[in-house]
Every structure is written in structure tokens, then in C-alpha cells.
Write a protein that binds this ligand. Structure first.
Ligand code: EPU
Length: 417
């Protein structure tokens, strides 16, 4: 068990360099097996989700070389085997092995995925999509067994623009016979990154980044490489931190287009930010206006930045409304923020946030990844010492968070207990 100990109330200045996007990398790693060759993935963040996926690849007899942030994955000698529950439930993205193995091997045995407790997280759209492609699905307790003689391209309509279902169905269908069209597909930047990788290995995917994605089945796939796009959620988290305690804090290696919904809201609040081609420079101000935010699918305000943003809203001059629309349990961090002195009233999936409120250090619990990141921000602006427990959630998604924050002047350390 690890804890973070934060001494708050210090100005942060200097540069934080953003790493590769977790939610892209965790799909690119399983996708590599579809090449049946050797793949190079650059800018993979060094987070515990990466390590869990490498363990699954190793279980499948793939060879993985790690050179800093580069992974070289050789899946030529893949041996299909059951992915045990203790591995699949370590993270959400283990489910991408469903699409990837079904596509390559036409057979998968895998247990239900894990992931943050932010909602019920069904995978019915993934399963319905696999069935539409011709797969047979059996369940045995928590285990899924997916099999197919062959996969045949078809039209798939998603009832919601699910990121996971869109990616999983792209993975399964590149080897299918004929054409698959995913309607009402998710449009996140990560989807484009995955499609580009699959195309680099010989797939024929068009329309990624729009709500209609067309995949023409191809039989020959080969070695490929890809660079993971910058993590817009990691960037968003540090930009929000800069708006609270930055002194010309530079957030580098970002794609401003991917952060437009956040920067638009920050400007509406009166935050002090300069947006450059691949970085944002941000300083704190006492004149933040209250605003309303509602999380939506891309390009709307990202659900994963909602919790960090709620901390910023505790410092605005007036009452803000934070509405979550994707996950039922996005307010797990609120009791901790209120314990620190925030005035937040939760009503179902919405919260009214009264500001400005002085935050004071105390012991709080990270209930999930982004909720945990929100507590790190709160601790860094609070008076006194904040102890965050259950920080394993945070370490799943933020690469080198202690080093990155320490380098810009934060007083934060990780303690094994
Ligand atoms: N949904 C269903 N059935 C399905 C799939 C999804 O009902 O078969 C529902 C979910 O319950 C949810 C909504 O659809 O209400 C959106 O789910 P989506 O499938 O888009 O989410 P996901 O793929 O499970 C990814 C990210 C999440 C991020 C969401 C939304 C990964 C590994 N996870 O999850 O990231 O919140 O998209 O953008 O890519 C995080 O990074 O902290 C995180 C939770």
C-alpha cells in the first residue's frame, strides 16, 4: 500500500512534459498482436496499466522489449491461452484482447475486465458487435469464451458512442471478410491513433475520428510502428493545477486541438493561459468566475477531466454546476474534498460547487484514478499536509507523477506503508 504526502500552498513553475496517452497506449499494446509480426510503439507511458498488459502478452508467449518509453512487441509465436482473472481484472483495457484475439485467432477465453469503480461499466455493446460479426459467445461465471469459424463484415450500430466498443470492434473486424461499418462510433483522438496503427500494419480503415468508421477486411498484416499521441487527460490535469497555483507553469508536448473543450471553459472562467503550438503556459489568478460544465463524449468536455476540474471550481468566485453524463459514480472524491473544506453538494450525477473555499490538508482516500488526481490538486493548493491513501489508483494512469510535480516545485512524496 502506498500513500502520497503533500505539503500544499507552493507556487509551481517550470515545465511539465506530457507523456503518451494512457487510453491510447492500452489499446495499441493489445492491437499489436493483429500484425502477427513485430511492432514498435513509441511514447508508451510507464504506468502500471502498461505492465499488466505486458504480463498478458507474455502469458500469450509474445516477446516484449522495453527501451524507456518504447515497446517492441514480437507476436509471431503467439500461443493462444486463457487470460486468467487475476490479470484481466487488473485493468479495464484487458478487454481489448477480446477484439484482438478474436480477430487473429477466432478464439478467446478471458475473464471480465477490472478498472475504476466509476459506474456499472457493462460491455454489452462490445459483445453484441462481436456477435454481429459472427462470433459465438459463451459465459462461464466471470469468464467469456468467444469463438468464430470466420468473422464476416457487417453494419454495426452502437446505441452510445462507446470508446471501448468502437476500438474493440475495429480490432476484431480488420481480419473479417468484407466490409464492417461502425455507426455512431466514438470520435476520440485515441480512436484515430489506433486506426492509424492498424492501417500501418495493413488494415484498411477510413473515417476514424468521425461517427462512421469503415473497415474493409484485409488478410495480410505486417510489422508496424506508431507513436502514442500526447495524453490529453494528463495534460488537462496539470493545466488545471497551473490555473490554481502556477507561476508561468509550462505544460509541454500537448495537442491544443484535443484540449479545446477544457481551454474554452478555462477562458470563460478568466484563467490566465497562453496557448502555443505544442504547449500551454498558465498562471494562477484570484479572479476565477463560476461556470457550468457538463461532461460529454468527444469533442465535448471529457468525463475524465471533470473531477480535477471540480477542484478548480471550489476556487471560483460563486457557485458552479458540474454535471456528469457518462459515469454514475463520478463523485467519489467529493466527500474527501468536503473534508478538506470544500462546499460541494452532490445530487445524483450533478454537483453544486460553492466557491471560493479555503482547503486544509487532512487524510483523504483516492477512490478512483481521476478522483485521486483531483485530490492531488486539492492537496497542492491546501494549507498544511494532505495524506492521500489508496494512491495505486493514481499510479495506474499518471506517469512519474511525483517526479514531474517535484521538478516544478511541489512538495510531494510517495510513502510505502
Ligand atoms: N457502455 C455501455 N455498454 C458498453 C460499453 C459502454 O453501456 O458495452 C456505457 C458505459 O457504461 C458508459 C458509457 O457507455 O456509461 C461510456 O463508456 P465507454 O465505453 O465510452 O468507456 P470505456 O471505453 O469503458 C474509456 C476510457 C475511460 C473514459 C471513457 C469515456 C479507457 C481504458 N477508458 O472507457 O477512461 O472515461 O472511455 O471517455 O480508454 C480513465 O482514463 O480514467 C477512464 C475511466
Amino acid at each position: 500500500m502506498k500513500q502520497m504526502i503533500i505539503e500544499g500552498n507552493h507556487k509551481l513553475s517550470g515545465t511539465i512534459t506530457i507523456g503518451g496517452a494512457k487510453n491510447s497506449a492500452v489499446a495499441l499494446i493489445p492491437a499489436s498482436i493483429l500484425s502477427e509480426g513485430i511492432c514498435t510503439i513509441k511514447d508508451v507511458p510507464n504506468i502500471s496499466d502498461r505492465d499488466a498488459l505486458i504480463e498478458i502478452l507474455t502469458l500469450l508467449n509474445c516477446e516484449v522489449k522495453i527501451n524507456d518509453n518504447e515497446l517492441i512487441i514480437d507476436s509471431r509465436n503467439l500461443k493462444n491461452t486463457q487470460i486468467k482473472e487475476s490479470l484481466s481484472n487488473r485493468l479495464r483495457a484487458s478487454y481489448y484482447f477480446m477484439g484482438a484475439l478474436l480477430g487473429r485467432e477466432k478464439y478467446v477465453e478471458i475473464y471480465i475486465p477490472g478498472g475504476c469503480n466509476i459506474g456499472s461499466r457493462p460491455i454489452d455493446m462490445h459483445i453484441e458487435g462481436f456477435k454481429a460479426l459472427g462470433a459465438k459467445i459463451k459465459t462461464d461465471g466471470n469468464k467469456y469464451i468467444l469463438s468464430a469459424d470466420k468473422l464476416i463484415g457487417t453494419d454495426i450500430f452502437l446505441r452510445f458512442q462507446s470508446v471501448g466498443a468502437t476500438i474493440n470492434l475495429m480490432l476484431a473486424s480488420i481480419h473479417a471478410e468484407g466490409t464492417t461499418i461502425i455507426h455512431n462510433a466514438a470520435c476520440e483522438a485515441e480512436i484515430i491513433n489506433i486506426a492509424e496503427f492498424l492501417n500501418n500494419m495493413g488494415a484498411n480503415i477510413t473515417g476514424a475520428g468521425t461517427s462512421t468508421i469503415t473497415i474493409k477486411g484485409t488478410t495480410k498484416h505486417h510489422d508496424a510502428s506508431i507513436t502514442v499521441i500526447p495524453d490529453r487527460i494528463e495534460a488537462g490535469t496539470y493545466i488545471i493545477l497551473g490555473a490554481l497555483c502556477g507561476d508561468n507553469l509550462c505544460i509541454k508536448n500537448i495537442c491544443p486541438k484535443h484540449l479545446k473543450s477544457l481551454t474554452t471553459k478555462l477562458k470563460e472562467m478568466g484563467a490566465n493561459l497562453i496557448i502555443n503550438k505544442d504547449n500551454i503556459i498558465i498562471s494562477s489568478t484570484n479572479n476565477l468566475k463560476p461556470i457550468n460544465i457538463k461532461t460529454l463524449v468527444y469533442p465535448g468536455f471529457p468525463t475524465d477531466i471533470g473531477q480535477p476540474m471540480s477542484v478548480l471550481l471550489t476556487q471560483a468566485n460563486g457557485t458552479s454546476l458540474f454535471e456528469e453524463t457518462i459515469w454514475e459514480n463520478r463523485m467519489g472524491h467529493v466527500p474527501s474534498l468536503n473534508k478538506m473544506g470544500a462546499k460541494i453538494k452532490v445530487n445524483g450525477m450533478s454537483a453544486l460547487i460553492e466557491g471560493p473555499t479555503k482547503l486544509k490538508g487532512t487524510t483523504v482516500i483516492a477512490t478512483d484514478l481521476r478522483g485521486g488526481a483531483a485530490l492531488v490538486i486539492a492537496g497542492l493548493i491546501a494549507e498544511g499536509t494532505t495524506i492521500i491513501t489508496d494512491v495505486e489508483h493514481i499510479l495506474r494512469g499518471y506517469e512519474n507523477i511525483i517526479t514531474k510535480l517535484t521538478q516544478v516545485g511541489a512538495k510531494i512524496e510517495l510513502k510505502e506503508i
